[in-house]
Design a protein around this ligand. Sequence first.
Ligand code: FAD
Length: 393
Amino acid sequence: LSSVVVVGASLAGLHAARALRHRGYDGSLTLVGAEDHRPYDRPPLSKQVLAGTWEPDRIGLGSSADDDLDLTWRLGQAATALDVAGRTVRLADGDELAWDGLVLATGAAPRRLDDGGRAGVHVLRSLDDCLALRADLEAGPGRVVVVGAGFIGAEVAATCRGRGIDVTLVEPLPVPLGRVLGDDVGTVLGAVHRDEGVDLRLGVGVDAVEGGDRVERVRLSDGSVVDCDVVVVGIGVTPCTGWLEGSGLALDDGVVADAACRVAPGIVAAGDVCRWWHEGYGASLRVEHWDHAIGQGTHAGEALLAGDGAEAFAPVPWFWSDQYDRKIMLAGRTQGADEVRIVDGSLEDRRFVALYRRGDQVVAALGLNRPGPLARWRLRLADGVAWADAVDA
Ligand code: FAD
């Protein structure tokens, strides 16, 4: 390889670039990023930066070690088209970049509601999103409706409560995160929000976002109306593959890669945009976690160099979320679990480890304020753990 282009200048893309250099790649290395910013960490956007306790200069990912990477940055430039046969990427300004190695790391973009373009309605994915929302919160007094009690919505609700703001959290499911974590664990998380003063509305959707130029209220599917000054929409993301339509690459809720993160000869993918074959689970997955973007980005960079000899990427997914004084950690995959059992602590104490069983195996472990045990579960799950060995019968 002599000219590698990385599309998506964030966590996965940067780690692919680092891996390429660390493995001795010495050709040209260009990072194309739609945002104006160099790579930064997103987790603090719903936590410390939104809370106002950190300023954006705390979250930059660049370190002085990266100065030696000899990267060419094309920031504020979205890639708009890919020519696989001709081996070029077109940028928004019309430039074409030639490549003989390509990393696809364009992440995902938040889904939106039909809000009539009203001011005061936010999503939260980028630093710019975060600063716009923060400015709106600071303008006060502010009553916030958060739509969606997934991890991002729940963190935004917690951070807003920390700022003393009235929060209504609207979730269509009867139990927040019930589908991912099971009803018992989801019920505890919902109770934590209620105890912190969140008006949690379960089993209802948003029918309309209303107001003038600015949002004034939200109409819910049960007929109720919630007056508000700010709405934050956290209803999930869509992988950024629009620019790959027509390229001939397989797209299926993400760009489709094989077990080693290879998409096509000379093309790899990583991070939130990548749907790859996880050999350990025997399933095609797309994972939206910080730690995963680092690991898969690194793997993809190595796989680009290794080509046919690339190894499979099959880690145990790992994720954390901070809400109030609670730290939620999840290792493994809860999908399709047959049973959830508390093995350490209790739901009442809101401090526990929950294990998820599928067949006769432990497939995931969730910790609420149990970071030490969860770190150990993460390691154990990588080797496979029989349910019978993990729990008292
Ligand atoms: P992204 O970080 O989304 O980066 C993709 C980049 O590609 C973006 O800069 C985008 O602008 C750019 N791009 C998109 N399309 C194009 C194009 N056509 N051309 C050029 N560039 C393009 N994970 C956890 O494990 N724990 C947490 O607590 C946690 N908190 C989070 C809080 C927030 C608010 C958010 C948004 C995410 C959080 N995450 C968390 C998830 C984690 O940040 C993501 O999984 C991670 O950022 C994914 O990295 P990525 O590089 O794959 O994609």
